[in-house]
Design a protein around this ligand. Structure first.
Ligand SMILES: Nc1ncnc2c1ncn2[C@@H]1O[C@H](COP(=O)(O)OP(=O)(O)O)[C@@H](O)[C@H]1O
Ligand SMILES: [Mg+2]
Length: 248
């Protein structure tokens, strides 16, 4: 089932478009990797899909609810909100304006935290959680929102291997439940394990199954000169591809 359909999309911030020629669809059950260099237009695409940015051209059809796990901003972590509060925010947009979240919503938020493996952290301060735990709280928020499409903006960046594995397993489960996931990542190898990849570099370079799309030519067009060859393997990866092993 197609959950998002984009055709002929261009987007920008007043000047020339920073992203052009975008056409793809997200189907329920699919994990789609969004690849592109820094400044390539990944976050801009998310903002268009979320309705924060109006397309300069083209159409976006997305009838269902869209949840987002934004690029982590440490500056926003000072608020003394609990993990449960953050998950609960997913309910607020669904309530009429005069209603505050009540017992049903709190129950849904706890259930979502349990689903992402964080039942015990419900009352912990969001900002005190590890990066990996915060990402999972934000996934819980999308679950409370009952999002049929979840956008994740570089959720694996700065995550240790154990946290990355937990998040991978969670994303696999969300897709198996029929949600469509669009996941910005710098990890080409990771995207090879998903259902589709969308490569952008100021414009759409390619969209399709990883086996068809992730050719040397496409990676070159996506990352420009910033790719390195893996000796003997024939694989090419973006030069800034790395896992930093900060606390996750
Ligand atoms: N608020 C903004 N105003 C003007 N230009 C922006 C703004 N946000 C991003 N850009 C520009 O749009 C281009 C794409 O940025 P972005 O979508 O953030 O890329 P990515 O997420 O792939 O790193 C970049 O050239 C960036 O400088
Ligand atoms: Mg970005």
């Amino acid at each position: 089932m197609t959950r998002v359909r984009v055709e002929g999309l261009a987007a920008g911030y007043g000047g020339a478009p920073v992203l052009r020629d975008v056409a793809f669809e997200l189907r329920g059950g699919d994990r789609v990797g969004l690849l592109g260099p820094n400044g390539g237009g990944k976050t801009t695409l998310f903002r268009v899909l979320l309705g924060e940015l109006r397309p300069l051209a083209g159409t976006v059809e997305a009838p269902g609810r869209i949840g987002v796990v934004p690029q982590t901003e440490r500056s926003r972590l000072d608020f003394p909100v609990s993990a449960l509060d953050v998950a609960l925010m997913g309910a607020v947009s669904r309530l009429p304006w005069w209603r505050r979240p009540g017992r049903a919503e709190r129950g849904a938020a706890r259930e979502a935290l349990t689903a992402v493996g964080l039942a015990a952290e419900a009352d912990a301060t969001f900002g005190d959680l590890s990066g990996g735990q915060r990402q999972r709280v934000l996934v819980a928020r999308a679950l409370v929102q009952d999002a049929s499409v979840v956008l994740l903006d570089e959720p694996f960046t700065g995550m240790d291997a154990a946290s990355a594995e937990r998040l991978e397993a969670l994303l696999r489960r969300l897709a198996a439940e029929g949600r469509a996931l669009l996941i910005a990542t710098h990890d080409v190898d990771q995207a090879r394990g998903w259902d589709r990849v969308l490569c952008v570099n100021g414009r759409q370079v390619a969209f399709g199954p990883p086996g068809d799309v992730l050719t040397r030519e496409v990676l070159q067009a996506t990352y420009g000169g910033a790719i390195v060859e893996i000796p003997g393997g024939g694989a090419v990866l973006p030069a800034h591809h790395h896992h930093d092993h900060a606390a996750g």
